[in-house]
Write a protein that binds this ligand. Structure first.
Ligand SMILES: [Ca+2]
Length: 125
């Protein structure tokens, strides 16, 4: 995952404070990072380390019946004076299994962009 913004989100400090919410099956929501925010000034970019995942899930899929998993990803920006703003929100349909692919989650003005890597490979153990 990488996150970049071209916009100033805060009048004071000039730094946006971002975090992700991920909606999996049923109503379970994950937050990433679990605590804290990704602080970005205009034109800054954050790239996560390889071992950082927004969401992980194991699902049993029968060979003859490929499945689809819907995952909703929400990017929010924190504000101390008002409710946290939803910058971007999108539901991704992930075919199981599938090759690694990259998707873009961005705001309507295309100023803040998250590039997400989706890995839905078969797991054998
Ligand atoms: Ca803020």
């Amino acid at each position: 995952m990488s996150l970049k913004t071209l916009k100033d989100y805060d009048i004071f400090g000039w730094r946006g404070e971002f975090y992700f919410k991920v909606d999996g099956p049923k109503t379970f929501k994950a937050r990433w990072p679990n605590k804290g925010t990704i602080k970005l000034q205009r034109n800054q970019e954050f790239t996560s380390k390889a071992d950082m995942s927004l969401w992980s899930q194991f699902k049993t899929v029968h060979v003859d019946h490929p499945a689809v998993q819907k995952i909703k990803v929400i990017l929010r920006e924190k504000d101390h004076l008002k409710k946290d703003e939803v910058v971007a929100e999108q539901e991704f349909e992930i075919k199981l299994p599938s090759k690694t692919e990259y998707v873009i989650l961005q705001d309507s003005k295309e100023q803040t962009k998250a590039k997400l890597r989706i890995q839905a490979a078969r797991t054998r153990y």
